[in-house]
Design a protein around this ligand. Structure first.
Ligand code: FES
Length: 237
Protein backbone atom coordinates (compact mmCIF):
# COMPACT_ATOMS: atom_id res chain seq x y z
CA UNK A 1 0.00 0.00 0.00
CA UNK A 2 1.51 3.32 -1.08
CA UNK A 3 1.15 6.16 1.41
CA UNK A 4 1.23 9.88 0.70
CA UNK A 5 1.64 12.78 3.10
CA UNK A 6 -0.61 15.80 2.85
CA UNK A 7 -1.02 18.93 4.94
CA UNK A 8 -4.59 20.03 5.63
CA UNK A 9 -5.10 23.28 7.53
CA UNK A 10 -1.48 23.01 8.71
CA UNK A 11 -1.99 19.46 10.07
CA UNK A 12 0.00 16.66 8.46
CA UNK A 13 -1.70 13.38 7.70
CA UNK A 14 -0.58 10.17 5.97
CA UNK A 15 -3.15 8.39 3.87
CA UNK A 16 -3.29 5.76 1.19
CA UNK A 17 -2.68 7.02 -2.34
CA UNK A 18 -6.01 7.72 -4.05
CA UNK A 19 -7.78 8.86 -0.87
CA UNK A 20 -9.90 11.96 -1.44
CA UNK A 21 -9.19 15.23 0.34
CA UNK A 22 -12.58 14.84 2.06
CA UNK A 23 -11.61 11.45 3.54
CA UNK A 24 -8.12 12.61 4.51
CA UNK A 25 -9.59 15.63 6.31
CA UNK A 26 -12.10 13.44 8.10
CA UNK A 27 -9.24 11.27 9.36
CA UNK A 28 -7.82 14.20 11.34
CA UNK A 29 -11.20 15.50 12.50
CA UNK A 30 -11.70 18.25 9.93
CA UNK A 31 -15.30 18.29 8.76
CA UNK A 32 -15.95 19.62 5.27
CA UNK A 33 -19.63 20.20 4.41
CA UNK A 34 -21.10 18.01 1.66
CA UNK A 35 -24.48 17.65 -0.04
CA UNK A 36 -24.34 15.51 -3.18
CA UNK A 37 -21.69 13.10 -1.90
CA UNK A 38 -22.73 9.56 -0.95
CA UNK A 39 -19.74 7.35 -0.40
CA UNK A 40 -19.23 4.73 -3.13
CA UNK A 41 -22.69 5.44 -4.52
CA UNK A 42 -22.80 9.05 -5.68
CA UNK A 43 -19.34 10.53 -6.14
CA UNK A 44 -20.00 13.06 -8.89
CA UNK A 45 -18.82 16.39 -7.46
CA UNK A 46 -22.03 18.17 -8.45
CA UNK A 47 -22.95 20.57 -5.66
CA UNK A 48 -19.52 22.20 -5.09
CA UNK A 49 -20.33 22.81 -1.43
CA UNK A 50 -17.22 20.85 -0.41
CA UNK A 51 -14.73 23.04 -2.29
CA UNK A 52 -11.24 23.54 -0.81
CA UNK A 53 -8.14 25.46 -1.84
CA UNK A 54 -5.12 23.46 -2.93
CA UNK A 55 -1.91 25.50 -2.85
CA UNK A 56 -0.63 26.10 -6.38
CA UNK A 57 -3.94 25.27 -8.10
CA UNK A 58 -5.69 28.03 -10.02
CA UNK A 59 -9.22 26.86 -9.25
CA UNK A 60 -10.87 25.49 -6.13
CA UNK A 61 -11.29 21.71 -5.96
CA UNK A 62 -14.28 19.62 -4.93
CA UNK A 63 -12.77 17.72 -2.00
CA UNK A 64 -15.13 14.74 -2.38
CA UNK A 65 -13.70 13.78 -5.78
CA UNK A 66 -10.14 15.15 -5.65
CA UNK A 67 -7.47 12.63 -4.60
CA UNK A 68 -4.64 13.83 -2.39
CA UNK A 69 -1.16 14.10 -3.84
CA UNK A 70 2.11 13.67 -1.97
CA UNK A 71 3.20 17.01 -0.46
CA UNK A 72 -0.14 18.66 -1.20
CA UNK A 73 -1.15 21.60 1.03
CA UNK A 74 -4.89 22.16 1.42
CA UNK A 75 -6.92 24.94 3.06
CA UNK A 76 -10.51 24.14 3.95
CA UNK A 77 -11.64 27.43 5.47
CA UNK A 78 -9.70 30.17 3.65
CA UNK A 79 -11.67 33.35 2.74
CA UNK A 80 -11.75 32.22 -0.90
CA UNK A 81 -13.21 28.85 0.10
CA UNK A 82 -15.79 30.38 2.42
CA UNK A 83 -16.88 32.87 -0.23
CA UNK A 84 -17.27 30.17 -2.91
CA UNK A 85 -19.13 27.78 -0.61
CA UNK A 86 -21.56 30.47 0.40
CA UNK A 87 -22.16 31.55 -3.18
CA UNK A 88 -22.70 27.97 -4.37
CA UNK A 89 -25.19 27.37 -1.59
CA UNK A 90 -27.02 30.62 -2.27
CA UNK A 91 -27.38 29.57 -5.91
CA UNK A 92 -28.81 26.21 -4.85
CA UNK A 93 -31.21 27.93 -2.46
CA UNK A 94 -32.26 30.42 -5.13
CA UNK A 95 -33.64 27.48 -7.08
CA UNK A 96 -35.20 25.79 -4.06
CA UNK A 97 -38.63 26.18 -2.53
CA UNK A 98 -37.58 27.22 0.97
CA UNK A 99 -40.99 27.11 2.62
CA UNK A 100 -39.18 25.30 5.42
CA UNK A 101 -41.75 25.68 8.24
CA UNK A 102 -44.27 23.57 6.29
CA UNK A 103 -41.72 21.11 4.89
CA UNK A 104 -41.76 17.54 6.15
CA UNK A 105 -37.94 17.65 6.50
CA UNK A 106 -37.83 20.86 8.53
CA UNK A 107 -35.07 20.55 11.19
CA UNK A 108 -34.04 17.24 9.64
CA UNK A 109 -32.77 18.62 6.35
CA UNK A 110 -29.15 18.46 5.19
CA UNK A 111 -29.54 21.56 3.04
CA UNK A 112 -30.88 23.55 5.98
CA UNK A 113 -28.14 22.19 8.21
CA UNK A 114 -25.34 23.10 5.80
CA UNK A 115 -26.87 26.56 5.21
CA UNK A 116 -26.86 27.19 8.95
CA UNK A 117 -23.29 25.96 9.39
CA UNK A 118 -22.04 28.09 6.50
CA UNK A 119 -23.87 31.09 7.92
CA UNK A 120 -26.46 31.87 5.25
CA UNK A 121 -28.71 34.60 6.63
CA UNK A 122 -29.88 36.17 3.38
CA UNK A 123 -30.28 34.83 -0.13
CA UNK A 124 -29.30 37.44 -2.67
CA UNK A 125 -31.00 35.72 -5.58
CA UNK A 126 -34.73 35.83 -6.26
CA UNK A 127 -36.42 32.53 -5.56
CA UNK A 128 -37.37 30.70 -8.76
CA UNK A 129 -40.55 28.68 -8.89
CA UNK A 130 -40.29 25.13 -10.20
CA UNK A 131 -41.95 24.51 -13.55
CA UNK A 132 -42.75 20.97 -12.54
CA UNK A 133 -45.65 19.93 -10.30
CA UNK A 134 -45.55 17.65 -7.26
CA UNK A 135 -46.04 13.97 -8.11
CA UNK A 136 -48.33 12.27 -5.58
CA UNK A 137 -49.31 9.46 -7.96
CA UNK A 138 -47.91 6.49 -6.01
CA UNK A 139 -49.33 4.96 -2.87
CA UNK A 140 -46.31 5.62 -0.71
CA UNK A 141 -44.04 8.34 -2.08
CA UNK A 142 -44.23 12.00 -3.02
CA UNK A 143 -41.78 13.66 -5.43
CA UNK A 144 -41.51 17.45 -5.20
CA UNK A 145 -39.22 18.94 -7.89
CA UNK A 146 -39.43 22.38 -6.23
CA UNK A 147 -37.34 21.07 -3.34
CA UNK A 148 -34.85 19.15 -5.48
CA UNK A 149 -31.23 20.36 -5.61
CA UNK A 150 -30.26 17.94 -8.42
CA UNK A 151 -27.67 16.14 -6.30
CA UNK A 152 -28.61 12.85 -8.04
CA UNK A 153 -28.26 10.74 -4.91
CA UNK A 154 -31.74 9.31 -5.59
CA UNK A 155 -30.79 8.50 -9.18
CA UNK A 156 -27.64 6.67 -8.07
CA UNK A 157 -29.28 4.67 -5.30
CA UNK A 158 -32.16 3.67 -7.59
CA UNK A 159 -29.75 2.55 -10.30
CA UNK A 160 -26.71 1.19 -8.43
CA UNK A 161 -28.22 -0.21 -5.23
CA UNK A 162 -31.76 -1.16 -6.24
CA UNK A 163 -30.94 -1.72 -9.94
CA UNK A 164 -34.36 -0.34 -10.84
CA UNK A 165 -33.53 2.94 -12.64
CA UNK A 166 -37.00 4.42 -12.22
CA UNK A 167 -35.76 8.01 -12.10
CA UNK A 168 -33.21 9.79 -14.25
CA UNK A 169 -32.14 13.38 -14.99
CA UNK A 170 -34.35 14.91 -17.70
CA UNK A 171 -33.91 18.03 -19.82
CA UNK A 172 -30.86 20.31 -19.54
CA UNK A 173 -29.60 23.49 -17.91
CA UNK A 174 -32.17 25.42 -15.89
CA UNK A 175 -34.89 23.00 -17.02
CA UNK A 176 -33.17 19.94 -15.53
CA UNK A 177 -35.43 17.81 -13.38
CA UNK A 178 -35.13 14.35 -11.80
CA UNK A 179 -38.01 12.01 -12.52
CA UNK A 180 -39.26 9.06 -14.54
CA UNK A 181 -38.36 9.02 -18.24
CA UNK A 182 -40.57 11.09 -20.56
CA UNK A 183 -41.95 12.98 -17.52
CA UNK A 184 -44.35 10.16 -16.79
CA UNK A 185 -45.92 9.84 -13.35
CA UNK A 186 -43.99 7.80 -10.79
CA UNK A 187 -46.84 5.31 -10.61
CA UNK A 188 -46.45 4.56 -14.34
CA UNK A 189 -42.69 4.06 -14.04
CA UNK A 190 -40.55 1.10 -12.90
CA UNK A 191 -40.62 2.47 -9.32
CA UNK A 192 -41.19 -0.26 -6.72
CA UNK A 193 -41.69 2.28 -3.91
CA UNK A 194 -38.83 0.84 -1.88
CA UNK A 195 -38.15 4.23 -0.32
CA UNK A 196 -34.34 4.16 -0.74
CA UNK A 197 -34.50 7.47 -2.62
CA UNK A 198 -36.31 9.02 0.35
CA UNK A 199 -33.56 7.79 2.69
CA UNK A 200 -30.79 9.45 0.71
CA UNK A 201 -32.55 12.69 -0.33
CA UNK A 202 -30.84 15.58 1.50
CA UNK A 203 -34.00 17.77 1.31
CA UNK A 204 -37.77 17.30 1.20
CA UNK A 205 -37.80 16.55 -2.53
CA UNK A 206 -38.74 12.91 -1.91
CA UNK A 207 -40.76 11.81 1.06
CA UNK A 208 -43.20 9.21 2.29
CA UNK A 209 -46.88 10.03 2.25
CA UNK A 210 -47.70 11.51 5.58
CA UNK A 211 -51.10 10.06 6.30
CA UNK A 212 -53.05 6.96 5.47
CA UNK A 213 -55.89 8.91 3.81
CA UNK A 214 -53.45 10.06 1.13
CA UNK A 215 -52.35 6.48 0.61
CA UNK A 216 -55.90 5.21 0.28
CA UNK A 217 -56.91 8.00 -2.05
CA UNK A 218 -53.93 7.16 -4.32
CA UNK A 219 -55.24 3.61 -4.38
CA UNK A 220 -58.72 4.78 -5.35
CA UNK A 221 -59.99 4.15 -1.78
CA UNK A 222 -60.41 0.48 -2.69
CA UNK A 223 -57.43 -1.20 -1.07
CA UNK A 224 -57.61 -2.10 2.58
CA UNK A 225 -53.97 -2.99 2.90
CA UNK A 226 -51.02 -1.19 1.46
CA UNK A 227 -48.08 -3.35 0.60
CA UNK A 228 -44.88 -1.43 0.14
CA UNK A 229 -41.82 -3.38 -0.96
CA UNK A 230 -39.03 -2.65 1.42
CA UNK A 231 -35.30 -3.15 1.14
CA UNK A 232 -32.55 -2.99 3.76
CA UNK A 233 -31.55 0.57 4.50
CA UNK A 234 -28.27 1.59 2.97
CA UNK A 235 -25.50 3.31 4.87
CA UNK A 236 -25.41 7.08 4.35
CA UNK A 237 -21.86 8.39 4.69
FE1 FES B 1 -18.52 17.46 -3.10
FE2 FES B 1 -21.09 17.91 -3.67
S1 FES B 1 -20.22 17.12 -1.87
S2 FES B 1 -19.34 18.36 -4.85
Amino acid sequence: MELVTVKIDEQEVQVEKGTTILEAAKKIGIQIPTLCHLKEINEIGACRVCVVEVEGARTLSASCVTPVGDGMAVHTTSPRVQHARKLNLELLLGDHDYSCPSCIRNLNCELQDVAQKIGIRDIRFAQKKSKYPKDRSTAALVRDPAKCILCRRCVSVCEKVQTVRAIVPLERGMKTVIGPAFHEALTDSECIQCGQCVLVCPTGALYEKENIDDVWSALGNKEKHVVVQTAPAIRVA
